[in-house]
Design a protein. Structure first.
Length: 352
């Protein structure tokens, strides 16, 4: 069985690492790795392939930055040519980026079956480009791999139950696998300049970074916190902030980190403040309370029992969320058993 995997952004590298590792253990499966180049610099791409032991991509489209239409159009053309050349049995796409949509569209138009990992997520906010990518990709795919029961219910509500499979979350697979590596070499992944106690924050979504007034609100909230705030800063966010917004004295800006360093930083944080869906989950898996800097979350499971509080971008709401006591109730087992990747490969083989 030949599978073309299409990835292009940091969260997809983490998810694909879990599935690719299982594929390489199965002699009946041959993976062709396609990197669109949506995330393309050293700290957002190359380091993940090295750290996570992902095979060097067979193809790199080197798309780089651009508008949604420009990115998706270039990717469509490139993936189409690869599909025509490789003639795979499946195209495997992950998540909700432009790479996801382009990989699915190019394949379905060539009558190549598409499988979508992390299907069924819904924020119900159609102003998010990611929401459109999710909806369209789920509609044109042949198999949908849902990470949670909530995702399965969303797919059932949309009439897609017959092609949907609940597998668990491949990011949970990755956290369990790489956390063991951290325990073996904890000092190797410490980040210089980080104090003993801190909050960890990330801001990268366009709904926050494209509006300086929202960034100001978030940084104002950070300035009122009792602990230092460590902020790995996305290149786009740094560009927006430069020369416009004063950085509070308790905010420590650092460059983007590799997966293992970020995992270490997350598990040692007092709390996490983020607009990232992936980091919400990683904090949850590591039992670190999280504050979501958006008005909604696709990962409603993390909100149970106050492990994740959706606070939006209003400073007063963020401060109130930070002041909430540490959750005391145990987490519910809603993200699978850590073997989602095995289930995905078995489903692909069984379907054919």
């Amino acid at each position: 069985m030949k599978i073309v995997t299409v990835i292009g952004a940091r969260p997809q590298f983490i998810k694909a690492a879990a599935v690719s590792r299982i594929m390489r253990m199965d002699p009946s499966v041959h993976e062709i790795m396609v990197h669109t180049g949506q995330h393309y610099d050293q700290n957002m791409s190359d380091i993940f392939f090295r750290e996570l032991d992902i095979p060097t991509p067979d193809y790199n489209l080197e798309v780089g930055s651009g508008s949604h239409a420009v990115q998706t159009g270039i990717m469509l053309k490139g993936v189409e040519e690869i599909i025509q050349e490789e003639k795979p049995d499946w195209t495997l796409v992950y998540g909700d980026t432009n790479s996801t949509l382009a990989g699915a569209l190019a394949s379905v138009k060539l009558n190549v079956p598409v499988a979508h990992v992390e299907a069924g997520l819904r924020s119900f906010n159609r102003e998010m480009p990611e929401e459109i990518n999710r909806i369209v990709t789920d509609r044109i795919s042949d198999l949908l791999f849902a990470p949670t029961q909530t995702a399965m219910q969303n797919l059932e509500n949309e009439g897609l139950a017959n092609i949907s499979r609940k597998t668990g979350d491949v990011m949970y697979d990755s956290v369990l696998y790489y956390r063991k590596k951290l325990k073996l070499h904890p000092q190797a992944y410490n980040t210089p300049g980080v104090p003993e106690q801190y909050y960890l924050a990330t801001i990268h979504r366009a709904e926050n970074t494209d509006h300086p007034e929202i960034l100001e609100h978030l940084l104002l909230a950070f300035s009122r916190l009792q602990l230092p705030v460590v902020l790995p800063i996305h290149p786009r966010t740094r560009k927006v902030i430069a020369g416009i917004i004063k950085i509070p004295s308790n905010v420590i800006l650092i460059d983007p980190l590799g997966y293992l360093e970020m995992l270490q930083l997350t598990q040692n944080a007092t709390r996490v403040l983020t607009d990232s869906g992936g980091l919400q989950k990683e904090a949850y898996f590591l039992k670190i309370p999280c504050i979501t800097l958006r008005n909604e979350t696709e990962w409603v499971e993390t909100v149970h029992d106050n492990w994740n509080i959706v606070a939006g971008t209003d400073p007063e709401q963020i401060i109130r969320a930070i002041d909430q006591p540490h959750p005391i109730l145990p987490q519910r087992e809603e993200f699978g058993d850590g073997h989602a990747a095995v289930k995905i490969i078995n489903e692909l083989k069984g379907y054919l």
